[in-house]
Design a protein. Structure first.
Length: 278
C-alpha cells in the first residue's frame, strides 16, 4: 500500500516531530508512506492508495482552498479523515451543534456591539472560529479589551467565539484522549496555553489515566460523529464545579502524542492498515 502523509512545505511543518515515528510504524504494517505537500500542483493523488492528513499546518490562512483540496483528493483516492469531516471540523462553530457539554461560548454577531452582551466572566478568551495553536487568541480580564479584540476579528470578516478562562487548566490541565479507529489509545495532560509559561519538549505532555466521567464524555463526543475516523483527539477540561466539558474535538490534523505512549504508533499503523483493507 502506498499512502501519502499529507503535510506542507511551510516552515510550520518543521515542528512535526511525529512524521518519522508514524512512517516507521506504517512501514512495519506494510504501508509505504511518503510525505506530500498538500498544495503542490504537481501531485497526482490518484497514484496513492490513500492520503492521511497529518501536518498541513498552513491551511489556517487558506481554509477554503484546503477544504476544496480535501474534496478533490477524496474524489480520486481515500482520504483520512474524510473530506466532510475536515470541512466541518476546521470551523469551531461545530461546537454549537455537537450536542454534548462544552465550554460555555458566546458568539458575537456581525453588525452588533461585541461589548454589549458579553457574559459576566472574570476572564475572557477571545478567538476566531478558524484558528489553531492559540493563533489570534487573547486572554484578558479587561472587558473592554475582550470586546475590542472581538470587534477587530469581526471587522476582518471572521466568526468570533468568546469563552471564560477555565482556571482548572493550570492545576489539572487540559486532558487529550487519543483514539484510532474508535479505539482508545492513550491520554495526556497537555501543557496549558495562555499561561505565559512556554511549552517545551519536557513539559509538553504527560500520560494520564482519564477518570470515568471523562471517558464517558469522550465516548459521547465520538458517538456524535457519524463518519469512520482514522484518528480523533478529544480535548476536555473541568469546569469549576468539576464537570468535564469538551473544549475541542480535533479530527483534522491533531498532534497525536505518539512519543508519550510506546504502543500508540503501532496501533495507529495497524488501524490504518485495517481501514485500507476494508
Amino acid at each position: 500500500m502506498r499512502v501519502a502523509y499529507v503535510t506542507t512545505d511551510h516552515p510550520a511543518a518543521e515542528h512535526d516531530d511525529e512524521r518519522e515515528i508514524a512512517l516507521t510504524a506504517w512501514l512495519g504494517a506494510g504501508i509505504e508512506g511518503s510525505p506530500v505537500n498538500w498544495h503542490d500542483p504537481r501531485v497526482d493523488w490518484s497514484e496513492f492508495d490513500a492520503a492521511v492528513v497529518r501536518s498541513p499546518w498552513d491551511y489556517i490562512d487558506r481554509r477554503d482552498e484546503f477544504v476544496a483540496w480535501a474534496h478533490r483528493v477524496e474524489s480520486v483516492t481515500r482520504l483520512f479523515n474524510p473530506a466532510p469531516v475536515i470541512e466541518w471540523n476546521t470551523d469551531k462553530t461545530y461546537l454549537r451543534t455537537l450536542g454534548v457539554p462544552t465550554v460555555p461560548t458566546h458568539w458575537p454577531t456581525q453588525g452588533g456591539d461585541p461589548g454589549a452582551d458579553l457574559p459576566g466572566w472574570d476572564e475572557f478568551v477571545v478567538k476566531p472560529a478558524v484558528s489553531a495553536g492559540a493563533r489570534d487568541t487573547v486572554r484578558t480580564a479587561d472587558r473592554g479589551a475582550a470586546a475590542g479584540h472581538a470587534a477587530t476579528l469581526l471587522a476582518a470578516g471572521r466568526t468570533v467565539m468568546v469563552q471564560p478562562y477555565i482556571p482548572s487548566v493550570e492545576q489539572e490541565g487540559e486532558l487529550s484522549l487519543l483514539y484510532f479507529g474508535g479505539r482508545f489509545s492513550h491520554a495526556v495532560r497537555r501543557h496549558p496555553m495562555l499561561t505565559g509559561v512556554a511549552e517545551t519538549a519536557e513539559n509538553r505532555a504527560t500520560l494520564r489515566d482519564p477518570d470515568d466521567d471523562q471517558f464517558a464524555l469522550a465516548e459521547r463526543v465520538l458517538a456524535a460523529v457519524p463518519e469512520n475516523l482514522l484518528y480523533a483527539r478529544v480535548d476536555l477540561v473541568r469546569m469549576p464545579d468539576g464537570e468535564p466539558v469538551l473544549i475541542e474535538l480535533e479530527l483534522t490534523e491533531p498532534y497525536l502524542f505518539l512519543r508519550e505512549e510506546l504502543a500508540a504508533p503501532d496501533l495507529f499503523a495497524e488501524t490504518l492498515a485495517e481501514m485500507l483493507k476494508a
